[in-house]
Design a protein around this ligand. Structure first.
Ligand SMILES: Cc1ncc(COP(=O)(O)O)c(C=O)c1O
Length: 385
C-alpha cells in the first residue's frame, strides 16, 4: 500500500532524500565489500566507511576516531548509558536524567535501577526546560552520568546543553545528550559545549532507518555492551552497514541555513494561523527555544486521537504524542511532566514540518483543522464554547 498525502510527522521519521538513495545504491551491488577484509573490495569499503565517519564527525566538531556507528538512536542511547554504568561502577551507580526523555533513555535507566543502580529524574518547567542549577544540585559523589536530551521529540524544547555540559565537566561527571531530533538543525560542538557522549541517528534527517552513531569523547571510561569481532574500536561489534552509513553521512549535509529558515517560516505560519483561526488553543513547549520544525498544539475540548484520525482521513499525517507511544491512550508523560492537566494532554497534536513541505500544504492543513476541530467541539461533552 502506498499512501499519498501531506506529511507533518517529521519527528517520527523523514522521507529518504533522492540524493541519499543515489549515494547508497553502489554499496549494495558493486562496492559490497566488508570493511574488515584485507582485499581490494574490503579496502574500498573501509575507505568509504572512514570518509563517512569524517563527515559525521565534522558536523559536531569531533575527531573521526570518536564516532562509533550503531544501528540508530536506541542503540546509541543504550551504549552510552549501559557502557558508562558498567565502566564506572567502581566510582558510583548514580545516574541523573529528566522526566521527559525518550523511552530509549528512560528504559535502559529503569533496567539499570533493577540491577542496583540509582536514578534521579529531574523535573522540568512548564516549557519542558530543565534548570542547570537543579542538575548541579543533584550531582553527588557517586554520580557517574548525566543524560539530558538536546531537543525533546514531542514538544521540541531545546535545552541549554552548553550550561549543562559545563557543570558536568567541572564536577567531572560524564555528560550525554541525545541529539536525534536536533542533529543538523541546531548547533552541536562537542568542545564548546563540553559534551562527552552524543547520540545521533539518520532517519530524522532524510537518511535511511536503522543507522546512527554515538560520539564518545577520547579518554571517556566506557565499556562495550555488544561483543563479537571487535568492530568500531571494539565498542560495537558487527559488520558495519556500509550503504546505510553512506546514506547517513550524505543526509548529514542536506540541511543548511536556507532549509532551516524555510522550516522556521512554515512552522511559524502553521502556529500563527491556527492561533488566529481557532479559539482556545495552546502552544506546548518553549515559545523560542524550540526546534525549527516543531508545532505541538493543544485544542481545548477536543480529543487529539479523534482529530488525528480525522486529519488522516483527509490526507494529513501528524501525531498525538511521540510515534513510539502513539499506539496507547496513556496521557503523554512529557506534557504531564510539564504540569499540563491530564484532560488537556489528550487534546495535543504534534505537527512537524520538513523543508519538503509547502506553504499551500500549511494553508490546507489549517483549513482542515478549522473544520474538524469545529465538528469535534460541536459533539464534545467538555466543550462549552
Ligand atoms: C529523541 C529520540 N531519541 C531516540 C530515538 C530512537 O531512534 P531510533 O529510531 O534510531 O532507534 C528517537 C526516535 O524516535 C528520538 O526521537
Amino acid at each position: 500500500m502506498f499512501f499519498v498525502g501531506i506529511y507533518l510527522d517529521n519527528a517520527a521519521t523523514t522521507r529518504v532524500d533522492e540524493r541519499v538513495l543515489e549515494a547508497m545504491k553502489p554499496y549494495f551491488t558493486k562496492e559490497f565489500g566488508n570493511p574488515s577484509s584485507l582485499h581490494g573490495f574490503g579496502r574500498a569499503a573501509h575507505e568509504v566507511l572512514e570518509q563517512s565517519r569524517t563527515k559525521i564527525a565534522s558536523k559536531i566538531g569531533a575527531h573521526p576516531f570518536e564516532i562509533i556507528f550503531t544501528s540508530g538512536g536506541t542503540e546509541s542511547n543504550n551504549l552510552a548509558i549501559k557502557g558508562i554504568a558498567y565502566a564506572q561502577k567502581d566510582k558510583g551507580k548514580h545516574i541523573i536524567t529528566t522526566r521527559i526523555e525518550h523511552p530509549s533513555i528512560l528504559n535502559p535507566i529503569r533496567w539499570l535501577v533493577k540491577q542496583g543502580y540509582d536514578a534521579t529524574y529531574l523535573d522540568v518547567d512548564e516549557y519542558g526546560l530543565v534548570s542547570p542549577d537543579l542538575v548541579a544540585h543533584e550531582i553527588r559523589k557517586d554520580t557517574i552520568l548525566v543524560t539530558v536530551g538536546h531537543a525533546n521529540n514531542e514538544v521540541g524544547t531545546i535545552q541549554d546543553i552548553e550550561d549543562l555540559g559545563k557543570i558536568c565537566s567541572e564536577k567531572k561527571v560524564a555528560f550525554h545528550t541525545d541529539a536525534c531530533q536536533s542533529f543538523t538543525k541546531e548547533k552541536i560542538d562537542v568542545t564548546e559545549q563540553h559534551l562527552d557522549l552524543v547520540t545521533l541517528n539518520s532517519h530524522k534527517i532524510h537518511g535511511p532507518k536503522g543507522v546512527g552513531a554515538l560520539y564518545v569523547k577520547m579518554g571517556t571510561k566506557i565499556e562495550a555492551v555488544e561483543h563479537g569481532g571487535g568492530h568500531e574500536k571494539r565498542m560495537r561489534s558487527g559488520t558495519e552497514n556500509i550503504p546505510s552509513i553512506v546514506g547517513f553521512a550524505t543526509a548529514s549535509e542536506i540541511l543548511g541555513e536556507k532549509e532551516i529558515q524555510y522550516m522556521k517560516n512554515l512552522r511559524d505560519k502553521l502556529i500563527s494561523e491556527i492561533q488566529k483561526n481557532i479559539v482556545e488553543t495552546k502552544l506546548n513547549g518553549h515559545p523560542t527555544k524550540r526546534l525549527c520544525n516543531n508545532a505541538n498544539i493543544s485544542f481545548k475540548g477536543v480529543e487529539g486521537e479523534s482529530l488525528m484520525l480525522r486529519l488522516d482521513a483527509k490526507g494529513i499525517a501528524c501525531s498525538t504524542a511521540s510515534a513510539c507511544s502513539s499506539k496507547n491512550l496513556e496521557p503523554s508523560y512529557v506534557l504531564t511532566a510539564m504540569g499540563m492537566p491530564v484532560e488537556d494532554t489528550h487534546g495535543a497534536l504534534r505537527m512537524v514540518v520538513s523543508h519538503e513541505n509547502t506553504k499551500d500544504e500549511i494553508t490546507y492543513v489549517v483549513g482542515t483543522l478549522v473544520e474538524e476541530v469545529g465538528k469535534l467541539r460541536a459533539i464534545s461533552p467538555i466543550w462549552r464554547g
